[in-house]
Design a protein around this ligand. Structure first.
Ligand code: GDD
Length: 342
């Protein structure tokens, strides 16, 4: 089956691309490499079934790529990620996360796409919910432009469903972590702590350390995305999280222990836009998708630390220079059917 993954060079997107290729699908990656990186696609690009297009989701070329690829499923993950970047520059956030999504919906409708799976944000759209873990029918009360943009993008996609019958399901992710998460951005606290602690650098906690988040491992998220493509109901939102809250202070201790580092963060003032507490009730995902998170936090963090350490070793070994071809390549037209996950 032909699939498109927007944001396919990112942390979650590239993990999804590897899974889809492993399942025998053809994948068209669309990414402008603003935060995603080529290295994440190293394995994928050696496959005859992967094609990479370097372009913006809010540009005019998207429609032609979608039209040529004629994918059955579009996984829409491309976004400006970050609550704080959105507070600083709400217009730039909306240009990609709202207008870009409208452009994806337009292109997908015109190309006859069967389903769009949208990566929304369960951590940001509900805001400070009255009760935790929060269910999908809770009101949307974002505390940041990022959350507002993700909620707006869901509404737009549902509007395309009304106007053109485009089938969309939304996957509202809690705080995803795991190998390939970028530690240089502002979000992604597991990667931020892990990289700093492994390098012997100082770490900071915003506020009193009692903010909570629901941490879900990237492979569990990818499994949810694939299941949503197969079984997700049109217009439905699926919360994807563990339902468990971990405080920032607890998280720091877990990461420090796994990294073999001192657990001594500096406390600095809280950040504007941050929700105080967050945890998602994934009951609809259990019911409709048969999804349940498999990875526990301690093991997921051990794997993340192992990956970062391995990358550090590999980057210190000189690798022979390779010519990188950034042009889009169509390598094969083989088609396979989407396997239901086990
Ligand atoms: N980033 C970061 N966070 C820190 C740090 N120290 C403490 N934290 C705390 O770690 C928690 C998680 O912060 P982030 O990883 O930055 O994530 P977020 O703001 O909750 O948003 C992320 O999760 C959302 C889903 O819940 C995503 O939608 C969003 O894109 C982003 O990835 C927050 O309570 C934050 O205050 C630090 O040095 N850096």
């Amino acid at each position: 089956m032909d699939t498109v993954v927007t944001g396919g060079a990112g942390f979650i997107g590239s993990t999804l691309v590897d899974r889809l290729l492993g399942d025998g699908h053809r994948v068209h990656v669309i990414d402008n490499f603003s935060s995603g990186c080529r290295q994440n696609l190293a394995a994928a690009e050696s496959s005859d079934f992967c094609t990479v297009y370097e372009l913006d989701i809010n540009g005019p070329e998207l429609a032609s790529v979608m039209d040529a690829a004629r994918p059955e499923i579009v996984f829409h993950l491309a976004a400006r990620v970050g609550v704080h970047t959105s507070v600083r520059d709400p217009l730039a956030d909306a240009a990609v996360n709202v207008l870009g999504t409208i452009n994806v919906a337009e292109a997908a409708s015109k190309a006859g796409v069967r389903k769009v799976v949208f990566a929304s944000s369960g951590g940001a759209i509900y805001g400070n919910a009255d009760a935790l873990p929060v269910a999908e029918n809770a009101p949307s009360q974002p505390t940041s432009p990022y959350g507002a943009g993700k909620a707006a993008a869901e509404v737009y996609l549902n509007t395309y469903s009304q106007m053109h019958g485009l089938d969309c399901s939304h996957v509202a992710l809690s705080n995803t972590y795991g190998p390939r998460q970028d530690h240089r951005g502002e979000a992604g606290v597991v990667a931020v702590f892990a990289n700093a602690l492994l390098a012997g650098k100082p770490t900071r906690l915003f506020g009193d350390g009692r903010n909570t988040r629901d941490y879900v491992y990237v492979d569990d998220v990818v499994d949810a995305l694939v299941r949503t493509a197969i079984r997700g109901r049109a217009g439905a939102r699926y919360n994807i999280g563990t339902g468990k809250q971990t405080t920032d202070r607890e998280l720091h201790a877990i990461v420090a222990e796994a990294a073999g580092a001192l657990d001594a963060p500096e406390f600095v003032p809280a950040r504007l836009g941050d929700v105080r507490t967050s945890a998602l009730d994934a009951i609809a995902a259990h019911r409709d998708l048969g999804w349940t998170p498999r990875m526990c936090l301690a093991e997921g963090i051990r794997r993340t630390i192992a990956h970062i350490s391995q990358q550090a070793v590999m980057s210190s070994v000189p690798i022979p220079a390779q010519g990188q071809d950034d042009q889009a390549l169509v390598k094969s037209t083989r088609r396979l059917s989407l396997k239901a996950p086990g």
